[in-house]
Design a protein around this ligand. Structure first.
Ligand SMILES: *[C@@H]1O[C@H](CO)[C@@H](O)[C@H](O)[C@H]1NC(C)=O
Ligand SMILES: *[C@@H]1O[C@H](CO)[C@@H](O)[C@H](O)[C@H]1NC(C)=O
Ligand SMILES: *[C@@H]1O[C@H](CO)[C@@H](O)[C@H](O)[C@H]1NC(C)=O
Ligand SMILES: *[C@@H]1O[C@H](CO)[C@@H](O)[C@H](O)[C@H]1NC(C)=O
Ligand SMILES: *[C@@H]1O[C@H](CO)[C@@H](O)[C@H](O)[C@H]1NC(C)=O
Ligand SMILES: *[C@@H]1O[C@H](CO)[C@@H](O)[C@H](O)[C@H]1NC(C)=O
Length: 403
């Protein structure tokens, strides 16, 4: 309401009747997105109907399959094909990206996930190829990256993997702990930032070879500053979604207890169980709605499945709700829009269309995604320019607070 009034004042329309303001303007969509594809990083403006290209950075042979942003203008990008971490300048007001990195540092090879600690003075990078987690100091005003150390994941390996694979780093709300999903070691490692970023507990995910890939914290409590009560993980190889209960131990490590497991496909199996490989898992802010991508199903397109974290007879569990087509092939990453309602799900399909990027309307009330994309970027627009994989990462970067 305050914003609405000041907008009228800015326009010098303070005395105009509210009915003169067109209805759709009140909910106008104006989002800035960053997209990573093989050999390129792109930025777009999205108005709910069309994606307007802002910047295109070509970087042959590199793959920015994961990126994170820190105010005022620091965009960190992995190159999963090498051992460099790159810093680009990105202006969140205009959506403009520097045409090359402003700095580069060497860390572990094959990093595929980045996350900040709560005050964004540290950046954690998870390596798929090396099974290590790099801890960077990024507290400098210019965003420069200084490698503090790398942490090697330990424990038994899954028979098909020669090394541990730190596939994703997942921070929880209090900011203290990070979960590391280890696809090579079939386990979840919990790292404690208060104990110098050491791993203080490891939980096996069964069956052997299930391949935990991405995950998310959940809570039955409403207060986000309290430790979460549950963790949900998506196993890529066996296409399973699994729920764990979290208990903090006397030594302050977190214990994870298995509660529930089901197919990431719910009741509708893939056409080709051999190729099927679940990918992304996204938890909505309401701690109820869980979305997973099911890739390489062998059907005409792949899908996003929707599960709910619920209590049935007082027992927390996962419930399959529905699915929508991702409108493309092999959705590797998806993310929710940054508005309060999280009203849009953006999905990246790197291996075929029709959509390279698809935007789905999400109901805040029910969590359902509208099966017909509200807008999309054709897969041919992005993929053909450099070859290889098309869009594999998409993220809304919110405008600066003052705007
Ligand atoms: C990890 O850190 C050690 C030093 O502690 C260093 O020798 C090694 O090269 C690092 N590994 C990677 C992959 O950066
Ligand atoms: C990780 O990388 C380091 C440095 O390149 C290498 O010495 C080590 O063997 C690698 N470890 C694994 C498990 O790949
Ligand atoms: C995918 O294809 C398989 C085999 O044709 C079919 O049984 C299954 O129902 C399809 N999935 C959906 C949800 O249509
Ligand atoms: C599944 O995909 C594999 C690899 O592309 C192929 O060899 C196999 O024939 C497919 N199976 C079915 C049932 O389509
Ligand atoms: C994806 O979901 C749609 C809508 O429920 C369904 O028609 C389609 O067959 C599904 N595909 C797969 C691979 O499950
Ligand atoms: C776009 O998607 C279609 C359908 O999956 C596929 O045949 C085509 O090769 C894709 N083109 C590019 C450039 O990715």
């Amino acid at each position: 309401m305050v914003r609405f009034t000041s907008m009228l004042l800015n326009l010098g329309l303070a005395l105009a009747a509210p009915s003169l303001i067109p209805r759709q303007d009140q909910g106008a969509i104006n989002k800035k997105l960053i997209v990573g594809a093989a050999g390129q990083i792109l930025s777009f403006q999205f108005d709910g109907k069309t994606f307007k290209s802002i910047s295109k950075v070509a970087e042959e042979g590199k793959s920015a399959s994961w990126m994170v942003f820190k105010q005022p203008n620091h965009l960190y990008a992995v190159d999963e094909n090498s051992n460099t971490l790159r810093l680009f300048n990105y202006d969140p007001a205009t959506g403009k990206l520097s045409d090359k990195p402003v700095s580069e540092q060497t860390g572990s090879p094959g990093v595929v996930s980045l996350e900040f600690n709560k005050d964004k003075t540290r950046l954690l990078g998870g390596s798929y190829s090396n099974g290590t987690v790099d801890i960077w100091d990024v507290s400098a005003g210019d965003g420069a990256m200084k490698l503090i150390k790398n942490v090697t994941l330990k424990g038994d390996l899954s028979p098909k993997h020669p090394t541990h694979r730190a596939h994703q780093i997942v921070p929880e709300g209090s900011g203290r702990y990070f979960a590391i999903n280890d696809l090579g070691g079939d386990s979840i490692h919990i790292m404690d930032s208060k104990k110098d970023y050491t791993i203080t507990s490891v939980t096996k995910v069964l069956p052997v070879g299930c391949g935990p890939r991405h995950g998310g914290f959940l809570s039955t409590k409403l207060n986000p500053s309290l430790l979460p009560t549950h963790y949900v993980v998506l196993c890529e190889t066996k296409n399973l979604i699994q729920l764990f209960q979290i208990d903090q131990k006397a030594d302050e490590s977190l214990g994870l207890t298995f509660l529930d497991s089901m197919s990431s496909y719910g009741p509708m199996p893939p056409a080709n169980a051999t190729t099927a490989a679940a990918g992304e898992l996204t938890v909505a802010r309401n701690n109820r709605d869980i979305y997973v991508t099911n890739r390489l199903s062998g059907n005409a397109t792949d899908n996003v499945s929707f599960f709910a974290f619920e209590q049935v007879n007082g027992k927390p569990c996962l419930t399959w709700k529905s699915q929508v087509s991702s409108d493309g092939i092999s959705p590797r990453m998806m993310s929710l829009s940054r508005d309060q309602e999280q009203g849009i799900m953006f999905v990246a399909n790197p291996m075929g269309g029709p959509s390279g990027i698809a935007a789905f309307k999400r109901s805040e009330l029910t969590g359902l995604l509208n099966p017909k994309p509200m807008a999309s970027i054709a897969n041919t627009t992005i993929s053909k320019e450099v070859g290889g994989f098309g869009p594999q990462f998409v993220l809304e970067i919110p405008a600066p607070k003052s705007a």
